[in-house]
Design a protein around this ligand. Structure first.
Ligand code: 13P
Length: 342
């Protein structure tokens, strides 16, 4: 079994493979299920994730690991085996969301702090026993055209990320550090240059905090937003997003970090793929650039499945397609033709 942090991190970003973020909290998945008129029961959540994880070919070829929610890492399938056994069988690593969500930050109106540090050492020990070899902690950074985020909120979130990361490495678990400058935030009318400035400041603070906490850069992955204009003011071309995102990352992310795995929220499925491919075509780069998508890998599959047993095959087909498109993007080889050829 792979035990060194560096080996785990490398396996997660190997040649075009990326991560499936399937760690939606019961609250979030309820919203997604509402859209397909499906009740969010434990059984439906399990059936949905079992459908994704048993898409064998896609999981083997394109997905290196899956981020799970606490419920999923303990869940059994109908034959009594663990859901995580399906992942093992296709050679996919199990990851675990360990933060307990973002809560309003006292004295900072409109900003949040991510909670979950208390007792984290013990929880990580248990998750390791349950098979988790990597973890995720998401800090949410609000953005507007002028005032948000504040330096205070950035620093407090960076500090929490660093303490989480150090505890993960102590437990033999690779931390994914996710400081998300919201791409789908409200009011979502900021420019791409505003997003650049904010993302740069956030990444500077995060790496300063990680250094101070003695986090080993070789044994972690960064999960950032892309540098993009707000959802309600989208003008930038694919090339501009790719260039500005790369510029920002090169200014802030040490080359010792093995990989950067983007989140997708706030972009359409195809935008998330096109941007990733454009960046990879501008290489060589100091780190691997791939995906850790939730929505952009799942939206089409969930809609095609619609909660019905008879739709499992079409759901899996839709998931397989997006996984392959993002794999091509991680190699810088995606094109509109590939998208349509499927
Ligand atoms: P999205 O790709 O849907 O943003 O989800 C990724 C994730 O893990 C957010 O925390």
């Amino acid at each position: 079994m792979m035990e060194r942090l560096e080996d785990i991190a490398h396996a997660l970003i190997a040649e075009g493979k990326g991560i499936l973020a399937a760690d939606e909290s019961p609250n979030t998945i309820k919203k997604r299920f509402n859209a397909i008129r499906l009740e969010s029961t434990e059984e439906n959540r399990r059936n949905y994730r079992e459908m994704l994880f048993s898409t064998k070919e896609a999981m083997r070829k394109y997905i290196s690991g899956v981020i799970l929610h606490d419920e999923t890492i303990r869940q059994k399938v109908s034959d009594g085996s663990m859901l995580t056994d399906i992942l093992k069988a296709v050679g996919s690593l199990s990851g675990i969301k360990v933060d307990l969500g973002s809560k309003l930050l006292a004295a900072f109106p409109g900003e949040t702090i991510t909670e979950g540090l208390d007792g984290l050492r013990g929880r990580l020990r248990e998750y390791y026993e349950l098979g988790a070899r990597f973890a995720k902690w998401r800090a949410v950074i609000a953005i507007d055209r002028t005032h948000l985020p504040t330096r205070g909120a950035i620093r407090q979130n960076a500090h929490a990320l660093a303490r989480y990361a150090a505890l993960c490495q102590e437990a033999g678990i690779v931390p994914i550090i996710e400081p998300e400058v919201l791409m789908d935030g409200n009011p979502g009318n900021h420019s791409i240059d505003r997003c650049y400035d904010v993302t740069r400041c956030v990444l500077e603070q995060v790496f300063a905090a990680l250094g101070e906490a003695r986090v080993k850069f070789k044994g972690m992955l960064l999960k950032p937003n892309m540098v993009i204009d707000g959802e309600n003011a989208r003008h930038a071309s694919v090339e501009e997003v790719a260039e500005k995102t790369l510029h920002c990352l090169k200014e802030t992310v040490p080359a010792a970090v093995p990989g950067i795995v983007f989140l997708s929220g706030g972009q359409s499925d195809e935008e998330a793929t096109a941007h990733l491919s454009a960046m990879n075509s501008l290489g060589p780069l100091p780190w691997a650039l791939t995906f850790s998508y939730g929505r952009a890998l799942q939206a089409a599959a969930m809609a095609a499945w619609g909660g019905k047993k008879e739709n499992i095959a079409v759901g899996q087909h839709a998931f397989s397609h997006r996984a392959r498109m993002n794999y091509l993007a991680a190699l810088g080889k995606w094109s509109q033709q590939q998208e349509k050829a499927a």
